[in-house]
Design a protein around this ligand. Structure first.
Ligand SMILES: [Zn+2]
Length: 105
């Protein structure tokens, strides 16, 4: 969880940024990330760094599957089962944990 934030700061450094204004992350429902904990970690990690005071924007991505049998796309709960035909599906979204964008000065 710390690593995605470290990664964002690392990325900004590469672009010779002096200050990070905003970090936008994409967080999937099945990424294992707890949003509250991420926000808390963000404050801790960024304090006294180039991202001090930066805004954190989180785009939540729902857990979705696509049926391997009929191609129907559906919202997953615990099980990856098509709500149309009952066959198994594959995950198409919800496992993301990535930096969407970083705004710097
Ligand atoms: Zn199906």
């Amino acid at each position: 969880m710390m690593s995605i934030l470290d990664l964002a700061i690392e990325e900004a450094r590469k672009h010779n940024a002096e200050k990070i204004q905003r970090i936008s992350l994409e967080v999937g429902a099945k990424s294992g990330v707890v949003i509250d904990a991420l926000e808390f970690a963000f404050e801790t990690v960024t304090r006294n760094s180039m991202a001090d005071g930066a805004q954190l924007t989180i785009h939540f991505i729902p857990y979705r599957g696509e049926c391997i049998s009929c191609g129907h796309q559906f919202d997953c709960t615990e099980f990856l089962v098509c709500d149309k035909c009952g066959n198994f599906g594959k995950i198409i979204s919800g496992q993301e944990l990535r930096i969407e964008s970083i705004e710097v000065d």
